[in-house]
Design a protein around this ligand. Structure first.
Ligand SMILES: [Mn+2]
Length: 405
């Protein structure tokens, strides 16, 4: 027998707050009489996201601002910590003037049961890691250095504490600024609900269903009931499909496993054509075959890469909000990111669900996320340089110093 599925249309009717003791409604001033789905907000609700008046700032030419004192150095021990040690951009005019390829932007929404992801972006700026700045470094598979890309740190996007959906509107706004300036936004930190703001901004920019989404995660994020909210860390992709923002078959999922994969959820995923790659498929077919299938499903599409760090096995990345054993290896994750960045036009990316409070003292998960971001950038640079093979390897990295004759 088929269980009826809850849809976005019926979701709100389903949300009622039982009040067995029947208190006066005015004792709960956030409630709206007669409409349990609405929440009243105070008049200063936008104070956190109102833009600062810049009219009295010193005049300057638009462009990137490098805040560093030294020509080289050791992040974060000298100068000012920024994402990848990149120079700063403050406005869309800065992005345009510098023709920024990739705008790194910090994300701070954090409504996981295990909180901490809101501090991930600032942790990444101050990572205890022996990487020099300015950002660059060579991918030691392709041999490609991404210093040919113009990158910047565009600061953090504000979030309203514990107001997940309201915060998505600000993410949509800042993402739209970046996209309209012709830059690729790469979000760093926070929890996965934020990807909904990426999807709406991409749908505005390119049109609904005009891009594919590579979703790396232990969890399908296509169930509606949770948290008492319509759009949350577990529902965002389902809402995006049901509202027609993305086509089901353009949602390619990798790393699925663990808790919460119930029959009704899987039926919904299949009925809507999602390309859901469970870890069980990797066990049976092998990683190489699954990766090739993923790339064939994305062929020719603009791609938004949404990377939940819990897609990786906790033995490599335990600093996450929700860990599940039996995930991707660090090596597979880097290969996937490198391959898709060479194979497809990346129009946006995010790396989310890193919880620095749950990381080890060496910040192993943070360092891996840093390397995934660098791998993405070198993949984008490799594609710009004309490399087309997603499995390209620099011959000097595999000949052990003995060139093939
Ligand atoms: Mn997840």
């Amino acid at each position: 027998m088929k269980t009826p599925l809850i849809t976005v249309e019926t979701l709100f009717e389903d949300l009622t707050m039982p009040s067995p003791t029947d208190p006066p409604l005015e004792w709960f001033p956030w409630r709206v009489a007669g409409d349990p789905s609405l929440m009243r907000l105070t008049a200063d609700k936008d104070a956190m996201t109102t833009r600062r008046d810049r009219s009295r700032d010193p005049a300057r030419e638009p462009g990137l601002v490098n805040p560093q004192r030294y020509a080289g150095g050791l992040m974060p021990l000298s100068g000012f910590p920024t994402l990848l040690g990149a120079p700063l951009a403050f406005t869309p005019a800065d992005l345009r003037a510098a023709a920024v390829d990739v705008a790194l932007v910090g994300l701070t929404v954090d409504d996981n049961p295990v909180v901490g992801a809101r501090f991930a972006a600032n942790t990444m700026r101050a990572l205890r890691d022996w990487m020099g700045y300015p950002a660059g470094g060579t991918d030691n598979v392709t041999g490609v250095d991404f210093s040919s890309l113009v990158i910047c740190d565009y600061g953090n996007i504000a979030s309203l504490a514990n107001q997940g959906e309201r915060s998505l509107e600000e993410i949509h706004a800042v993402l739209s600024e970046i996209l309209d300036a012709g830059s690729v936004p790469v979000g760093v930190g926070g929890c996965h609900v934020q990807s909904y703001g990426f999807i709406t901004a991409l749908a505005r920019k390119h049109g609904p269903k005009q891009f594919a989404l590579l979703h790396v995660d232990a969890h399908n994020d296509t169930y509606l009931h949770d948290y008492g909210r319509a759009v949350h860390n577990g529902s965002l992709f389902r809402v995006a499909v049901e509202l027609g923002l993305i086509e089901g078959r353009d949602l390619v999922q990798v790393g699925l496993r663990g808790q919460g994969q119930d029959a009704a959820g899987i039926r919904w995923m299949r009925e809507h054509g999602l390309r859901s790659h469970f870890q069980a498929e990797v066990h049976v077919r092998g990683w190489d075959e699954v990766l090739r299938t993923v790339l064939s499903e994305l062929k020719g599409r603009r791609v938004y890469l949404s990377f939940d760090m819990d897609g990786i096995d906790p033995s490599y990345a335990r600093g996450v909000g929700t860990q599940d054993p039996d995930g991707l290896t660090a090596s597979q994750a880097m290969q996937l990111v490198r391959a898709v960045a060479i194979h497809n036009e990346i129009v946006a990316a995010d790396f989310m669900e890193y919880n620095p409070f749950m990381d080890d003292a060496h910040q192993t998960t943070g360092v891996l996320m840093d390397r995934l971001i660098r791998t993405l950038l070198s993949g984008i640079a490799a594609r710009k340089q004309g490399i087309t093979d997603p499995f390209f390897v620099d011959p000097q990295r595999i000949d052990h110093g003995v060139p093939a004759s």
